[in-house]
Write a protein that binds this ligand. Structure first.
Ligand SMILES: Cc1ncc(COP(=O)(O)O)c(C=O)c1O
Length: 401
Protein backbone atom coordinates (compact mmCIF):
# COMPACT_ATOMS: atom_id res chain seq x y z
CA UNK A 1 0.00 0.00 0.00
CA UNK A 2 1.28 3.45 -0.84
CA UNK A 3 1.37 5.89 2.06
CA UNK A 4 0.11 8.98 0.31
CA UNK A 5 0.29 11.42 3.20
CA UNK A 6 3.42 13.52 3.35
CA UNK A 7 5.03 14.91 6.50
CA UNK A 8 3.40 18.31 6.00
CA UNK A 9 -0.14 16.96 5.85
CA UNK A 10 0.56 14.52 8.67
CA UNK A 11 1.44 17.51 10.88
CA UNK A 12 -2.12 18.88 10.79
CA UNK A 13 -5.61 17.63 11.63
CA UNK A 14 -8.97 17.94 9.88
CA UNK A 15 -11.26 20.72 11.09
CA UNK A 16 -12.64 19.55 14.48
CA UNK A 17 -15.88 21.53 14.13
CA UNK A 18 -16.55 19.80 10.81
CA UNK A 19 -15.92 16.43 12.51
CA UNK A 20 -18.49 17.14 15.27
CA UNK A 21 -21.00 18.29 12.70
CA UNK A 22 -20.50 15.10 10.64
CA UNK A 23 -21.07 13.00 13.80
CA UNK A 24 -24.30 14.95 14.47
CA UNK A 25 -25.40 14.37 10.88
CA UNK A 26 -24.77 10.63 11.18
CA UNK A 27 -26.90 10.50 14.36
CA UNK A 28 -29.68 12.36 12.55
CA UNK A 29 -29.47 9.89 9.68
CA UNK A 30 -30.12 7.15 12.28
CA UNK A 31 -33.32 8.97 13.20
CA UNK A 32 -32.08 10.72 16.37
CA UNK A 33 -33.14 14.29 17.09
CA UNK A 34 -29.90 16.22 17.44
CA UNK A 35 -29.58 19.98 17.96
CA UNK A 36 -26.43 21.02 16.13
CA UNK A 37 -24.67 23.98 17.73
CA UNK A 38 -21.32 23.06 16.22
CA UNK A 39 -21.28 24.94 12.94
CA UNK A 40 -20.23 28.52 12.34
CA UNK A 41 -22.52 29.55 9.54
CA UNK A 42 -25.61 31.75 9.32
CA UNK A 43 -28.89 29.83 9.18
CA UNK A 44 -30.44 32.43 6.85
CA UNK A 45 -30.70 32.25 3.06
CA UNK A 46 -28.53 34.51 0.91
CA UNK A 47 -30.46 37.76 0.17
CA UNK A 48 -32.64 37.48 -2.96
CA UNK A 49 -31.00 40.41 -4.79
CA UNK A 50 -27.61 38.69 -4.48
CA UNK A 51 -29.00 35.45 -5.91
CA UNK A 52 -30.61 37.44 -8.75
CA UNK A 53 -27.29 39.16 -9.53
CA UNK A 54 -25.64 35.74 -9.86
CA UNK A 55 -28.38 34.44 -12.18
CA UNK A 56 -28.09 37.58 -14.25
CA UNK A 57 -24.29 37.15 -14.43
CA UNK A 58 -24.73 33.65 -15.82
CA UNK A 59 -27.26 34.89 -18.38
CA UNK A 60 -24.93 37.73 -19.40
CA UNK A 61 -22.14 35.22 -19.95
CA UNK A 62 -19.92 36.28 -17.04
CA UNK A 63 -18.82 32.68 -16.97
CA UNK A 64 -15.16 32.83 -17.85
CA UNK A 65 -11.90 33.01 -15.91
CA UNK A 66 -11.23 36.39 -14.39
CA UNK A 67 -7.83 37.77 -13.48
CA UNK A 68 -6.45 36.40 -10.19
CA UNK A 69 -7.24 39.72 -8.52
CA UNK A 70 -10.88 39.51 -9.64
CA UNK A 71 -13.41 41.42 -11.69
CA UNK A 72 -13.03 45.16 -11.70
CA UNK A 73 -16.61 45.56 -10.43
CA UNK A 74 -15.79 43.45 -7.36
CA UNK A 75 -12.55 45.28 -6.64
CA UNK A 76 -14.37 48.60 -6.97
CA UNK A 77 -17.05 47.32 -4.56
CA UNK A 78 -14.35 46.34 -2.04
CA UNK A 79 -12.65 49.75 -2.33
CA UNK A 80 -16.06 51.42 -1.81
CA UNK A 81 -16.87 49.17 1.16
CA UNK A 82 -13.71 50.17 3.01
CA UNK A 83 -14.31 53.85 2.28
CA UNK A 84 -18.00 53.76 3.25
CA UNK A 85 -17.87 51.49 6.29
CA UNK A 86 -14.37 51.99 7.66
CA UNK A 87 -13.26 55.32 6.20
CA UNK A 88 -10.14 53.60 4.89
CA UNK A 89 -8.58 54.30 1.50
CA UNK A 90 -7.30 51.38 -0.53
CA UNK A 91 -6.26 51.34 -4.17
CA UNK A 92 -7.51 48.77 -6.68
CA UNK A 93 -4.14 46.97 -6.57
CA UNK A 94 -4.14 46.69 -2.78
CA UNK A 95 -6.80 43.95 -2.91
CA UNK A 96 -6.68 40.18 -3.03
CA UNK A 97 -9.66 37.88 -3.32
CA UNK A 98 -9.92 34.16 -2.62
CA UNK A 99 -12.24 31.20 -2.48
CA UNK A 100 -13.25 32.20 1.04
CA UNK A 101 -11.29 34.16 3.61
CA UNK A 102 -9.79 30.79 4.50
CA UNK A 103 -7.94 30.66 1.18
CA UNK A 104 -6.59 34.16 1.74
CA UNK A 105 -5.14 33.05 5.07
CA UNK A 106 -3.71 30.04 3.28
CA UNK A 107 -2.15 32.21 0.55
CA UNK A 108 -0.85 34.74 3.06
CA UNK A 109 1.07 32.15 5.07
CA UNK A 110 2.14 30.17 1.99
CA UNK A 111 3.50 33.33 0.46
CA UNK A 112 5.26 34.89 3.43
CA UNK A 113 6.46 32.30 5.97
CA UNK A 114 9.99 30.96 6.01
CA UNK A 115 10.60 27.72 7.96
CA UNK A 116 10.53 28.41 11.69
CA UNK A 117 8.89 31.82 11.42
CA UNK A 118 6.58 32.48 14.34
CA UNK A 119 3.00 33.66 14.23
CA UNK A 120 1.54 35.05 17.45
CA UNK A 121 -2.05 33.93 17.90
CA UNK A 122 -4.11 34.78 21.00
CA UNK A 123 -6.02 31.67 22.13
CA UNK A 124 -8.87 30.83 21.87
CA UNK A 125 -8.44 31.18 18.13
CA UNK A 126 -10.38 30.07 15.08
CA UNK A 127 -9.61 26.35 14.54
CA UNK A 128 -7.84 26.70 11.21
CA UNK A 129 -5.26 29.37 12.15
CA UNK A 130 -2.70 27.13 13.82
CA UNK A 131 -2.94 24.29 11.29
CA UNK A 132 -2.58 26.66 8.32
CA UNK A 133 0.52 28.17 9.94
CA UNK A 134 2.01 24.72 10.68
CA UNK A 135 1.27 23.51 7.16
CA UNK A 136 3.38 26.34 5.77
CA UNK A 137 6.35 25.66 8.03
CA UNK A 138 5.54 28.30 10.62
CA UNK A 139 5.28 28.00 14.39
CA UNK A 140 2.09 29.23 16.02
CA UNK A 141 2.99 31.01 19.24
CA UNK A 142 -0.24 30.66 21.17
CA UNK A 143 -0.97 33.12 23.94
CA UNK A 144 -3.75 31.81 26.20
CA UNK A 145 -6.39 34.45 27.00
CA UNK A 146 -9.19 32.81 28.96
CA UNK A 147 -12.48 34.11 30.29
CA UNK A 148 -10.59 35.78 33.17
CA UNK A 149 -8.78 37.89 30.53
CA UNK A 150 -12.04 38.69 28.71
CA UNK A 151 -10.50 36.46 25.97
CA UNK A 152 -8.18 39.26 24.81
CA UNK A 153 -4.40 39.63 24.58
CA UNK A 154 -2.90 42.56 26.46
CA UNK A 155 -0.05 44.79 25.31
CA UNK A 156 2.27 43.22 27.93
CA UNK A 157 1.55 39.67 26.79
CA UNK A 158 1.98 40.62 23.16
CA UNK A 159 5.32 42.26 23.94
CA UNK A 160 6.46 39.14 25.81
CA UNK A 161 5.53 36.87 22.89
CA UNK A 162 7.49 38.79 20.24
CA UNK A 163 10.88 37.35 19.21
CA UNK A 164 13.23 38.10 16.31
CA UNK A 165 11.48 35.19 14.50
CA UNK A 166 7.99 36.71 14.76
CA UNK A 167 6.59 37.25 11.28
CA UNK A 168 2.91 37.93 12.01
CA UNK A 169 0.53 38.84 14.78
CA UNK A 170 -2.80 37.26 13.82
CA UNK A 171 -5.99 38.05 15.65
CA UNK A 172 -9.74 38.07 15.11
CA UNK A 173 -12.28 40.62 16.34
CA UNK A 174 -15.21 40.01 16.79
CA UNK A 175 -13.85 36.62 17.76
CA UNK A 176 -14.74 33.12 16.79
CA UNK A 177 -15.04 31.36 19.27
CA UNK A 178 -15.12 33.78 22.21
CA UNK A 179 -17.38 36.58 20.91
CA UNK A 180 -14.91 39.17 22.27
CA UNK A 181 -14.41 42.51 20.51
CA UNK A 182 -11.27 44.63 20.93
CA UNK A 183 -12.08 48.27 21.58
CA UNK A 184 -10.25 51.04 19.70
CA UNK A 185 -8.30 51.75 22.88
CA UNK A 186 -7.22 48.12 23.28
CA UNK A 187 -6.11 47.98 19.64
CA UNK A 188 -4.18 51.21 20.06
CA UNK A 189 -2.34 49.69 23.03
CA UNK A 190 -1.39 46.65 20.92
CA UNK A 191 -0.31 49.03 18.16
CA UNK A 192 2.05 50.78 20.53
CA UNK A 193 3.88 47.49 21.09
CA UNK A 194 3.89 46.60 17.39
CA UNK A 195 5.30 50.01 16.49
CA UNK A 196 8.41 49.10 18.51
CA UNK A 197 8.87 45.88 16.46
CA UNK A 198 8.89 46.85 12.79
CA UNK A 199 9.61 43.28 11.60
CA UNK A 200 6.15 42.10 12.74
CA UNK A 201 3.25 42.26 10.27
CA UNK A 202 -0.37 42.31 11.44
CA UNK A 203 -3.15 40.11 10.14
CA UNK A 204 -6.53 41.33 11.33
CA UNK A 205 -9.38 38.91 10.59
CA UNK A 206 -12.46 41.15 10.54
CA UNK A 207 -14.89 38.68 8.98
CA UNK A 208 -17.46 39.13 11.80
CA UNK A 209 -17.24 42.94 11.55
CA UNK A 210 -20.99 43.42 11.17
CA UNK A 211 -22.14 40.88 13.71
CA UNK A 212 -21.99 42.99 16.84
CA UNK A 213 -24.31 41.98 19.69
CA UNK A 214 -23.30 44.34 22.51
CA UNK A 215 -22.82 48.10 22.71
CA UNK A 216 -19.12 47.77 21.87
CA UNK A 217 -18.57 49.29 18.42
CA UNK A 218 -16.39 47.39 15.98
CA UNK A 219 -13.05 49.05 15.24
CA UNK A 220 -10.83 48.00 12.36
CA UNK A 221 -7.17 47.65 13.33
CA UNK A 222 -6.23 50.05 10.52
CA UNK A 223 -8.54 52.68 12.04
CA UNK A 224 -7.07 52.29 15.51
CA UNK A 225 -3.48 52.39 14.20
CA UNK A 226 -3.46 54.21 10.84
CA UNK A 227 0.33 54.48 10.83
CA UNK A 228 0.56 50.66 10.83
CA UNK A 229 -1.74 50.26 7.82
CA UNK A 230 1.26 49.57 5.55
CA UNK A 231 2.09 46.50 7.71
CA UNK A 232 -1.48 45.25 8.06
CA UNK A 233 -3.47 42.71 6.06
CA UNK A 234 -7.19 43.05 6.76
CA UNK A 235 -9.11 39.87 6.05
CA UNK A 236 -12.85 39.93 5.42
CA UNK A 237 -15.45 38.15 3.30
CA UNK A 238 -19.10 37.78 2.45
CA UNK A 239 -19.69 34.40 4.18
CA UNK A 240 -20.90 35.61 7.56
CA UNK A 241 -22.40 39.06 6.88
CA UNK A 242 -24.45 38.03 3.84
CA UNK A 243 -25.08 34.34 4.62
CA UNK A 244 -22.91 33.27 1.69
CA UNK A 245 -20.74 30.50 3.17
CA UNK A 246 -21.27 28.18 0.21
CA UNK A 247 -20.47 30.80 -2.43
CA UNK A 248 -16.80 30.93 -1.31
CA UNK A 249 -15.63 34.52 -1.53
CA UNK A 250 -13.20 36.21 0.82
CA UNK A 251 -11.20 39.37 0.32
CA UNK A 252 -8.26 41.15 1.87
CA UNK A 253 -6.67 44.56 1.66
CA UNK A 254 -3.09 45.43 2.47
CA UNK A 255 0.12 46.84 1.10
CA UNK A 256 0.64 46.35 -2.62
CA UNK A 257 3.87 44.36 -2.19
CA UNK A 258 1.86 41.82 -0.17
CA UNK A 259 -1.31 41.63 -2.30
CA UNK A 260 0.99 41.07 -5.29
CA UNK A 261 2.36 37.94 -3.59
CA UNK A 262 -1.15 36.71 -2.75
CA UNK A 263 -2.39 37.29 -6.29
CA UNK A 264 0.60 35.48 -7.77
CA UNK A 265 -0.28 32.42 -5.65
CA UNK A 266 -3.93 32.74 -6.64
CA UNK A 267 -2.94 32.71 -10.32
CA UNK A 268 -1.16 29.38 -9.80
CA UNK A 269 -3.80 27.70 -7.64
CA UNK A 270 -7.52 28.24 -8.40
CA UNK A 271 -6.84 31.12 -10.86
CA UNK A 272 -9.76 33.02 -9.33
CA UNK A 273 -12.94 32.47 -7.32
CA UNK A 274 -15.98 31.71 -9.48
CA UNK A 275 -16.83 34.66 -11.74
CA UNK A 276 -20.50 34.26 -10.83
CA UNK A 277 -19.73 34.42 -7.12
CA UNK A 278 -17.65 37.54 -7.72
CA UNK A 279 -20.65 39.32 -9.29
CA UNK A 280 -22.85 38.13 -6.39
CA UNK A 281 -20.33 39.42 -3.83
CA UNK A 282 -20.19 42.82 -5.56
CA UNK A 283 -24.00 42.95 -5.39
CA UNK A 284 -23.89 42.08 -1.67
CA UNK A 285 -21.34 44.82 -0.93
CA UNK A 286 -22.93 47.49 -3.15
CA UNK A 287 -26.60 46.69 -2.55
CA UNK A 288 -29.06 47.39 0.26
CA UNK A 289 -27.73 46.41 3.67
CA UNK A 290 -31.05 45.77 5.41
CA UNK A 291 -30.44 41.99 5.35
CA UNK A 292 -27.40 42.54 7.58
CA UNK A 293 -29.36 44.82 9.95
CA UNK A 294 -32.18 42.29 10.29
CA UNK A 295 -29.86 39.29 10.74
CA UNK A 296 -27.85 41.12 13.39
CA UNK A 297 -31.04 42.02 15.25
CA UNK A 298 -31.87 38.31 15.40
CA UNK A 299 -28.33 37.29 16.48
CA UNK A 300 -28.52 39.89 19.21
CA UNK A 301 -31.80 38.47 20.54
CA UNK A 302 -30.42 34.93 20.38
CA UNK A 303 -27.20 36.02 22.06
CA UNK A 304 -29.18 37.42 24.99
CA UNK A 305 -31.30 34.29 25.15
CA UNK A 306 -28.33 31.90 25.33
CA UNK A 307 -26.41 34.14 27.73
CA UNK A 308 -29.39 34.04 30.12
CA UNK A 309 -30.22 30.38 29.74
CA UNK A 310 -26.65 29.11 29.99
CA UNK A 311 -25.72 31.47 32.85
CA UNK A 312 -28.54 29.80 34.79
CA UNK A 313 -26.90 26.37 34.43
CA UNK A 314 -24.85 25.68 37.59
CA UNK A 315 -21.11 25.32 36.97
CA UNK A 316 -20.93 27.09 33.62
CA UNK A 317 -18.95 30.35 33.56
CA UNK A 318 -20.51 32.50 30.86
CA UNK A 319 -19.25 35.79 29.40
CA UNK A 320 -21.87 37.54 27.28
CA UNK A 321 -20.63 37.62 23.67
CA UNK A 322 -20.02 41.09 22.22
CA UNK A 323 -20.04 39.89 18.64
CA UNK A 324 -20.04 36.95 16.19
CA UNK A 325 -22.57 34.22 17.02
CA UNK A 326 -20.95 32.02 19.62
CA UNK A 327 -21.20 31.45 23.34
CA UNK A 328 -18.00 30.10 24.91
CA UNK A 329 -18.73 28.99 28.48
CA UNK A 330 -16.02 27.61 30.74
CA UNK A 331 -17.00 24.21 32.08
CA UNK A 332 -14.28 23.45 34.63
CA UNK A 333 -16.82 22.42 37.29
CA UNK A 334 -17.69 19.31 35.27
CA UNK A 335 -14.19 18.10 34.47
CA UNK A 336 -13.17 15.09 36.61
CA UNK A 337 -16.77 13.89 36.99
CA UNK A 338 -18.28 10.67 35.68
CA UNK A 339 -21.22 9.99 33.37
CA UNK A 340 -24.05 7.74 34.69
CA UNK A 341 -22.48 4.76 32.83
CA UNK A 342 -19.13 5.43 34.52
CA UNK A 343 -17.39 7.10 31.56
CA UNK A 344 -14.88 9.60 32.96
CA UNK A 345 -15.22 13.22 31.86
CA UNK A 346 -11.51 14.02 31.90
CA UNK A 347 -11.53 17.00 29.58
CA UNK A 348 -13.76 19.19 27.44
CA UNK A 349 -13.55 16.77 24.49
CA UNK A 350 -15.05 14.02 26.68
CA UNK A 351 -17.67 16.48 27.90
CA UNK A 352 -18.68 17.53 24.37
CA UNK A 353 -18.87 13.89 23.35
CA UNK A 354 -21.05 13.09 26.42
CA UNK A 355 -23.36 16.03 25.58
CA UNK A 356 -23.73 14.70 22.05
CA UNK A 357 -24.49 11.11 23.04
CA UNK A 358 -26.51 11.73 26.23
CA UNK A 359 -27.97 15.18 25.53
CA UNK A 360 -28.18 15.04 21.73
CA UNK A 361 -26.61 18.47 21.41
CA UNK A 362 -23.52 18.99 19.22
CA UNK A 363 -20.96 21.45 20.59
CA UNK A 364 -17.23 21.93 19.93
CA UNK A 365 -14.75 21.53 22.82
CA UNK A 366 -12.57 24.51 23.73
CA UNK A 367 -9.44 22.41 23.12
CA UNK A 368 -10.15 22.69 19.37
CA UNK A 369 -9.62 26.44 19.78
CA UNK A 370 -6.49 26.18 21.94
CA UNK A 371 -7.93 26.65 25.44
CA UNK A 372 -9.48 24.21 27.95
CA UNK A 373 -11.99 23.48 29.40
CA UNK A 374 -14.63 25.32 27.39
CA UNK A 375 -17.47 24.54 24.99
CA UNK A 376 -18.35 26.52 21.89
CA UNK A 377 -22.05 26.84 21.18
CA UNK A 378 -23.09 28.48 17.93
CA UNK A 379 -26.29 30.47 18.16
CA UNK A 380 -26.71 30.68 14.40
CA UNK A 381 -29.80 28.53 14.75
CA UNK A 382 -33.44 29.11 15.71
CA UNK A 383 -34.46 30.35 19.15
CA UNK A 384 -36.52 27.18 19.49
CA UNK A 385 -33.44 24.99 18.93
CA UNK A 386 -31.47 27.11 21.40
CA UNK A 387 -34.13 26.67 24.10
CA UNK A 388 -34.17 22.89 23.56
CA UNK A 389 -30.36 22.77 23.63
CA UNK A 390 -30.15 24.70 26.91
CA UNK A 391 -32.65 22.37 28.55
CA UNK A 392 -30.91 19.23 27.30
CA UNK A 393 -27.45 20.43 28.31
CA UNK A 394 -28.69 21.43 31.77
CA UNK A 395 -30.28 17.99 32.29
CA UNK A 396 -27.28 16.09 30.94
CA UNK A 397 -24.83 18.06 33.11
CA UNK A 398 -27.00 17.47 36.19
CA UNK A 399 -26.47 13.73 35.76
CA UNK A 400 -22.69 13.96 36.09
CA UNK A 401 -21.33 12.84 39.46
C1 LIG B 1 -12.67 33.79 12.19
C2 LIG B 1 -12.91 33.24 10.84
N1 LIG B 1 -12.11 33.63 9.84
C3 LIG B 1 -12.28 33.17 8.60
C4 LIG B 1 -13.28 32.25 8.31
C5 LIG B 1 -13.37 31.74 6.89
O1 LIG B 1 -14.49 32.14 6.23
P1 LIG B 1 -14.70 31.89 4.68
O2 LIG B 1 -13.60 31.02 4.20
O3 LIG B 1 -16.03 31.23 4.56
O4 LIG B 1 -14.68 33.25 4.03
C6 LIG B 1 -14.12 31.79 9.33
C7 LIG B 1 -15.14 30.76 9.06
O5 LIG B 1 -15.65 30.09 9.93
C8 LIG B 1 -13.95 32.32 10.63
O6 LIG B 1 -14.73 31.95 11.65
Amino acid sequence: MIDFENAKTASIKSSPSMAVSMAAKAMRARGEHVVDLSLGEPDFDTPAHVVEAAIDAMRRGVTRYTGPDGLEELRAAIVAKFKRENNLDYAMDEISIGNGAKQILFNAFLGTLEPGDEVIVPAPYWVSYSDIVILHGGKPRLVPCGVEDAFKITAERLEAAITPKTRWFLFNSPSNPSGAIYSGKELAALGEVLRRHPHVAIMSDEIYEHIVCADVPFTSFANACPDLKHRTLIINGVSKAYAMTGWRLGYAVGPKNLTKVLNKLQSQSTTCPSSITQVAAAAALNGPQDFVTEAVKEYKARGQLVTESFSAIPGLEVRAPEGAFYLFPKCEAYIGKKAPDGTPIDNDTALASYLLSAGKVATVPGSAFGVEPYLRLSFATSRENLAIAAERIRDALAQLR
